[in-house]
Structure formats: C-alpha cells, structure tokens
Design a protein around this ligand. Structure first.
Ligand code: TRP
Length: 454
C-alpha cells in the first residue's frame, strides 16, 4: 500500500460515542491522580470544588469541544484552521499537550504494570511492606524497564492497529473495574480508623480552602475529562448528527466523576487507617495509590487475588488512555508530515522514552534535580495541567464567545432538541470561564515561583 495515502485510523470504531469518550476519559487520572490530589488539598473541600467545576465549567468546555468537532468533522488543528485562519494557532497549542502528557503518563503506567506483575506472581504481601515503593522507585533501571514495557505495549497496540480489540476488552473490563472499586471502597470503610478518612473525604472543611484547591481541581478536571487538548474535538468529529450532545456529555461526566469518587473512597480512608491521616501521609502525591492499596489488599481475605485483578483492570484503563493519547500524537504529526504509520509509531515511541526518562529518574538518581522546585514528573504535570491547559481553555472560550459567537456551538447542540443549559453556557464561555481561568493561571504561576503561598 502506498503509505502516503494510508488513512489514519479511526480509534472509536463501532463503539457508542459515550463509551468511546468515557474510555478516553477514564484512566489513571481517575484512579491514581484524583485521590492523591483530594488527599493533599483538603479532602471534602477539594471534592466539592471539583464537582462544582465539573458541572459548570467542565460541562461547557466538553460540550463546546465536541460540538466544534461534530460541526467541522475535523480534529483540533484542522477544525480551528477551517473556522478561522487567524486562530489556527489554538489548534497547535492544544496539540502540544498530549505530547507532554504521554511520556509521564507512561511512567505511571509502568508503575501499574510493575504492581500488576507483583500481585499476579504472588508478591503482593511484599508490596504492602513499608518502604517497598520507595525501594522500587529510587532504583534507576527497574522503573525505566517497566516504563519502557508500558509504552512499548502502547506502541505495539497502535502499530498493529489492534486498538479496537483493546477497546472491546476494556468495554467489558470497565464495568468490572467500577464494581470492584465500589466493593473495595466499602471494605475499606470498615477497617479500623478508616472512618475518620471517610469524613475527611466527604465533609468539606472550609478552613482548608485555598487557591491551590481551585487550581488543582481545575487542572484535574482538564486532565480527567481529556479537555483542552483537542481530543474531544476529534471524538466529536466521529460523532453522528443524531446523537444528543447534552445528554451524552452528562453521561460521560457522571461516569468519569463517579469512578474518581470511588477511587478516592478507596484510597483516602485507607491512608487514615494505616498511617493516621497526618499531613505527611496525605501529602504523599503521586505515590499515594501504590503505597496504600497493597496494604488494603494485605488485610483482605483473598486480597492477593483481588489485588491482582484490580491492577489488571487499572492497567487496561491506563492502556486505553495511553493508546488514545499516542493515536492523538500520531495523527497530529501525520497531518503535517507524510511519514508511514509504522515508522512514525517507532519515532514517537523513541521520543516518548527519551522525554519520559527524566520523569522516571526524577524519583531516584536524579532526585536532586528540580525545576521550579518540582521534580521532573511533577514539572511536566504542572506545565501541562496548570499552565498550558488553562491557556488553551481560555483561548477556546474567547474564540467561541467573541470570534465565532456561542451560537456556533449552541446551534449544533440544538440540532438534537432544546439546549437546557444554554443561558449558563453563554455566560460561562463569554465571561465567567475566561476571567476565572486567567485568575487561576496567575495564581498557579505565582505559587510555583514562590511569590505567593496560597
Ligand atoms: N483522561 C485520561 C485519564 O483520566 C488521561 C488523558 C488526558 C487522556 N488526555 C487524554 C487520555 C487524551 C486519552 C486521550 O487518565
């Protein structure tokens, strides 16, 4: 086949739109990132901030992105270019984001792979011991090996074009993951000392509110719902005209937030049960899930089997996301450069390994190297979620609110009946969201430079 005319693959396949978009949305963001942020930024107050933002801002941005995609039938770069040459640059900004996320996402994916293998091979008890995670992560070679395995599998799936197969499997696995998470969360609640954690997680303590609560909740919203990076525009472009947009977005949001909620309920009370819920234990950051969950499985009857199953399911959720991230990166490059798909896969794979290396080493031998006071993984995470995504979201809102006008989006939504949230949508994209986004961006920058501690 002449590679030049090879079509880029359509990764939604025959799946229903909601399931496909939810498959992209549900991943490590829900299970790994949400709980550690909620633990760090005040528990209940983070949860409520997140939910309010999801229902208002998240809803508007997601429906806008999907509508732009469906209306233009193109993915981000093409869509913005088609609407306005002058604003084509927005497409470029949103396209950089998945390139930054994919490498460090795969580093965490590697950790999940390691824990999955540990549980499957009967080393689950060892994984629950204090210091197990520390010992693993501070090594140079081992985390890199697992990271390479994870990104390698991702590239293989993309290269062999078996994306649809993976999605079909994960369609079965996803509901199992939901059921298992609910089961584990309920189990955790009954562990001695866990109840204080349930309260911490659910009851908002307004004295714990800070600007960083909003900054991190907003970043998490972008990340978890795959917003402000053009991905939902692409999904929208595959969407049929007769699907109700408003309902679909509500469904995706409920699904995504529900899984995140239960992941928090699984992990945060466990932190209280096993380490008293002091600030140090709650502020563990990216390592939180890996430290607490093995301890939970360790106390559980049949915990080793359940742990193995759990990590297999999480690995699948992570893979569907990393595969779709890689697909996004590849299709962006393919739009510009004519390279064969297999070759491009290899180039992207190598690029990811190179960019991901510092994130992996940042926990061990390069632990002393800090950028703006952050280690590599946190730095990439911060740049994408707290800086680039708010900028992209701001530009998208201004673009819709003042360049093409909100009716560009609302007309598309109204093809399938009345848009109930139209008033809120208009006010949100024109005024509320842009102002909030700028404030958030400024605070995030001030905070990281240590100018203002908020
Ligand atoms: N939302 C995914 C998660 O929660 C991560 C993600 C962000 C993603 N952007 C994406 C996945 C784009 C696929 C495509 O883990």
């Amino acid at each position: 086949m002449d590679i030049k005319t090879e079509k880029r693959s359509n990764f939604t396949g025959k799946l229903g739109f909601v399931l496909a978009a939810a498959g992209s949305a549900v991943g490590l963001g829900n299970i790994w990132r949400f709980p550690y942020l909620a633990a760090k930024y005040g528990g209940g107050i983070f949860l409520i901030t997140y939910i309010v933002l999801a229902l208002t801002f998240g809803f508007c941005l997601m429906i806008a992105e999907i509508a732009i995609g469906r209306k233009t039938g193109l993915s981000a770069i093409g869509a913005f270019k088609k609407i306005s040459k002058k604003f084509a640059f927005i497409g470029w900004i949103v396209s950089i984001i998945p390139m930054i996320i994919l490498p460090y996402y795969s580093v965490i994916g590697g950790w999940v792979t390691k824990y999955m293998v540990a549980f499957v091979t009967g080393q689950g008890h060892a994984a629950a011991a204090d210091g197990y995670f520390e010992a693993f992560i501070t090594k140079a070679g081992e985390p890199i090996l697992w990271f390479t395995i994870f990104i390698g599998i991702t590239a293989l799936v993309v290269m062999l074009g078996v994306v649809k197969g993976i999605e079909r499997v994960s369609k079965i696995m996803m509901p199992v993951l939901v059921v298992l998470s609910v089961f584990i969360a309920i189990y955790v609640m009954f562990i001695d000392g866990a109840w204080a954690g349930v309260i911490y997680y659910i009851k908002p303590d307004f004295s714990k509110f800070s600007f960083m609560t909003v900054v991190s909740a907003m970043g998490q919203l972008f990340y978890s719902m795959s917003l402000a990076m053009g991905i939902m525009i692409t999904y929208g472009s595959y969407m049929k005209k007769d699907v109700n947009l408003e309902k679909s977005v509500h469904n995706i949001e409920i699904f995504d937030t529900g899984i995140a909620f239960f992941a928090g309920l699984m992990i945060i009370p466990a932190v209280f049960a096993f380490s008293g819920g002091n600030e140090e234990a709650l502020g563990k950051g990216p390592s939180l899930m890996f430290i607490t969950l093995p301890k939970v499985f360790n106390t559980m009857f049949g915990g080793q089997v359940i742990g193995a199953l759990f990590f297999i399911l999480v690995l699948f959720a992570a893979l569907t996301s990393s595969v779709s991230l890689m697909e996004t990166v590849i299709s962006i490059i393919q739009d510009k450069v004519k390279i064969g798909r297999k070759k491009l896969c290899l180039i992207v794979l190598l690029g990811c390994i190179l960019v991901g290396l510092p994130s992996s080493l940042g926990y061990g031998v390069w632990g002393g190297v800090k950028i703006l006071g952050l280690q590599f993984l946190d730095f990439f995470d911060f740049i994408s979620n707290s800086i680039l995504m708010p900028i992209a979201a701001f530009l998208i809102c201004i673009f819709i609110g003042f360049v093409v006008k909100p009716s560009f989006v609302t007309d598309e939504i109204e093809l399938n009946g009345k848009f109930k949230m139209k008033k809120m949508f208009n006010a949100m994209v024109k005024y509320i969201a842009p102002v909030c986004l700028i404030v958030i961006l400024v605070f995030a920058i001030l905070d990281v430079f240590g100018i203002l501690t908020i």
